[in-house]
Design a protein around this ligand. Sequence first.
Ligand SMILES: Cc1ncc(COP(=O)(O)O)c(C=O)c1O
Length: 412
Amino acid sequence: MVPPQSLRSLPPEGARPALGRPGGGPAAFADLTPAVESRLPQVGTTIFTVMSALAQQHGAVNLGQGFPDFDCDPRLLDAVDAAMRGGLNQYPPMAGVPALRERVAEKMAALYGHRYDPATEVTITAGATQAILTAILALIHPGDEVIVLDPSYDSYDPSIVLAGATPVHVPLTPGSFAPDFDRIAAALTPRTRAVVVNSPHNPSGTCWSEDDMLRLAELLRPTGAFVISDEVYEHMVFDGEHQSVARHPELAARSVVVSSFGKTYHVTGWKVGYAAAPAALSAEFRKVHQFNVFTVNTPMQHGIAAFMAEPSHHLGLPAFYRAKRDFFRAGLAKTRLRALPCQGTYFQCVDYSAVSDKPEADFCRWLTTEIGVAAIPLSAFYADAFEQRIARFCFGKKDETLALALDRLASL
Ligand SMILES: Cc1ncc(COP(=O)(O)O)c(C=O)c1O
């Protein structure tokens, strides 16, 4: 049966092709669908989906995809519940609930010393992914180039391509994953419209230093390039302070800072985040946001605003995840996997070259099906599938989940 929704998109009566084949048989429904020219021909099923399905099929401990397997603070649920039952269920202001924008501005001023105006410079988004796409669509024009530092989160490229621009991939230094400023400088052209920066970094778990930020500021000084600064792991920094671009006025003036309440409050499925940027950039950002999602769901915003009023809820996060990192790394030290440094995020990369010389995707498949622990190949984060015999685990899991995974990894 043809679903009524699809009938609505059929051409008017008379212009429709006959519902039958020349031979008299019924046409397949799919034959009636006009050919699609993909806007994103390179995009297929992601490695995260593939590995999660494989993990489920084989009863593997899923340390692949980056989400916690524990619940959030019940006080956050209570705050959202109170908002819903209190009748806060209709459209909020387009840029977000004022109380939440105020909380974000307060937090950023307290931590990074730069006061964003909640009225004109902070916008609540449907997660960081929407904020990144919106920033790119708002600021980047067809024909522009955007520098992406590989390995990189998988939404950057499609967002840039949808804007009609070209992603220019520059590798982080293999081994240390530090930014290679000579290579970034060499990639800058008059068409460079933005650089995407992600610190703390998924997948490597490294963090940019103050010196890195100063060098980026210096490099971009003579250019008209923006910075899209993906800081979704801002509250998961284990040594020292998070280097937000907001700390550096020269960078803040050309940046959209993106963060995610999903990551910070263990509610990745809620998809609420924000973008903070100077008023001129935020105005353009909001033009796209208005006709993309228009608004983000109201009760979640009120609930998060109430929960966020207590700063210990985000300030306590480094200690919480540091304990998990240390537990996981202590276990890995008893295996033949070599843990790479992890300064931030909930990702731990391992060099498995003492165990296997398989390519990364094959190794991760084997690890999932034969050893019972799912991981993600680092090559999946490179545009050119660069191979280093490195796999990424997510340690944002219950201690018993990590213990079970470590038990299995000890057999390697
Ligand atoms: C680096 C990075 N940016 C953005 C996101 C997406 O965040 P959100 O779920 O808020 O869209 C993720 C999620 O894994 C991420 O790792």
